[in-house]
Design a protein around this ligand. Structure first.
Ligand SMILES: Nc1ccn([C@@H]2O[C@H](COP(=O)(O)OP(=O)(O)OP(=O)(O)O)[C@@H](O)[C@H]2O)c(=O)n1
Ligand SMILES: C[C@](O)(CO)[C@H](O)COP(=O)(O)O
Length: 380
């Protein structure tokens, strides 16, 4: 879920720094759990009508490659304040309020952004998230404590910091010097700033170890779903069967309301199961004549689309066909490719294998084919 910002609200995401303390390539372009730090920070503002992304001139090509469309990309300056100023200039006359966010804070949550918006909507000219300092504070030198310092009334500042656009633009023009953040400039210009709730998850990637910390937060926040599916179809008259989207010659057909693709049905049910969305019968009732003889790809595509609409990506899918015949091995790769194409994933994430039941039971007596499937869905 992203925050839907009120009309007139814009966001500036600053990403023109070089990330010297983090080392390596500029931190905002580096991978964090499969997506760049910056892509994650930008995502949080997808519900804003206007978003300005400020990047280093050397990164303009990268920015246009990854973020063209939807956001306005401008070149930043030598300091954070100069980069924010470039963003503010791009917004002149285009918004009433602006939230200014570090591209290096990839895990900002809805509640933090909403808290800032609510304070501005309530009439504050400026509002920013922060956390009270809870640890004792010391002064130190040469690895020794030289004094203690009171922590009362001290806060750790975060972003996004929100402002009435005209007031923060004026503050930047009045004090074009660098500052730790935009709140500092607002205060210098006499603009009062409300404190809103920050979050421990809203860390700024600053040092190398912060990547591991962010990965840990992402890991615990990851929504992982597993679903299983099971299906059986009896043999009947015919000279081929549909299995996992591939037509396989056989001395019998499979009986069913649709094309009786038992493997595809098991996989579709596994996806519905992971989404707690019932089974194929709920979405495509067998009582409905329009599904008579239907291509089962319709069912699988529907389940895969539903997963994507809910924000999930596929971890993997695994289908096992249980039959004495036909032989599955020669067709397994084609089945894998077909299922992957229907689901819109790479074939390496889909497995199709088979086993006999050692001539035991209904599959052993060649009365039909059974299939079991597992699907893993993930959402960060
Ligand atoms: N000239 C600058 C400097 C910083 N930033 C942005 O401001 C945010 C917070 O800054 P910081 O963590 O200090 O980032 P860097 O300046 O990149 O880091 P470092 O000081 O370690 O080089 C980051 O998203 C950074 O890209 C910017 O847009 N323009
Ligand atoms: C803006 C800021 O993120 C607020 O905490 C921070 O001041 C900027 O980062 P820096 O490390 O101070 O440059």
């Amino acid at each position: 879920m992203t925050v839907r910002a009120p009309a007139g609200y814009a966001a500036i995401v600053t990403a023109a720094g070089r990330g010297t303390r983090a080392g390596g390539a500029p931190k905002q372009w580096r991978d964090l759990g499969g997506r760049s730090v910056l892509a994650r920070a930008l995502d949080a503002f997808a519900g804003f009508d206007r978003v300005v992304l400020v990047v280093h001139p050397d990164d303009m090509g990268l920015a246009l490659r990854d973020h063209a469309g939807g956001v306005t990309i401008v070149s930043g300056g030598d300091t954070r304040a100069a980069s924010v100023m470039a963003g503010l200039e791009a917004l002149e006359g285009q918004a009433t309020h602006v939230l200014i966010h570090d591209g290096a804070r990839p895990l900002v949550g809805e509640a933090v952004i909403q808290g800032v918006i609510d304070a501005l909507q309530a009439g504050a000219p400026a509002a920013a998230p922060a956390l009270p300092v809870t640890d004792a504070l010391w002064r130190g030198a040469d690895n020794a404590v030289t004094a203690t310092a009171p922590r009362d009334g001290l806060f750790r500042a975060q972003t996004p910091q929100g402002f009435a656009l005209d007031q923060i633009s004026k503050a930047h023009r009045l004090h074009p010097d660098d500052a730790a953040d935009d709140v500092e400039l607002a205060l210098k210009a006499g603009v009062p700033v409300a404190i809103t709730p920050g979050s421990e998850d809203n860390l700024k990637i600053t040092f190398p170890a912060d990547f591991a910390r962010a990965e840990r937060i992402l890991g615990t926040a990851m929504d992982i779903r597993l679903g299983n599916g099971y299906d059986v179809h009896a043999f009947g008259p015919g000279d081929y069967v549909w299995l996992c989207g591939v037509q396989v010659a056989h001395d019998a057909g499979l009986v069913g309301h649709s094309d009786a693709d038992v493997g595809m049905h098991a996989l579709t049910d596994a996806i519905y199961g992971a989404l707690a969305e019932g089974d194929i019968g709920r979405h495509f009732p067998p009582s409905d004549p329009q599904w008579k003889g239907a291509d089962s790809a319709i069912f699988l595509r529907h389940a895969a689309d539903l997963a994507r609409q809910r924000g999930f990506i596929f971890g993997n899918a695994d289908v096992t066909l249980i039959c004495e015949a036909p032989k599955i091995g020669p067709h397994a790769a084609a089945m894998q490719a077909r299922l992957a194409a229907i689901m819109g994933v790479d074939a390496s994430r889909v497995s199709v294998k088979a086993t006999t039941s050692e001539r035991l039971g209904f599959t052993g007596r060649r009365e039909g084919i059974a299939a079991i499937a597992t699907a893993a869905l993930m959402k960060a």
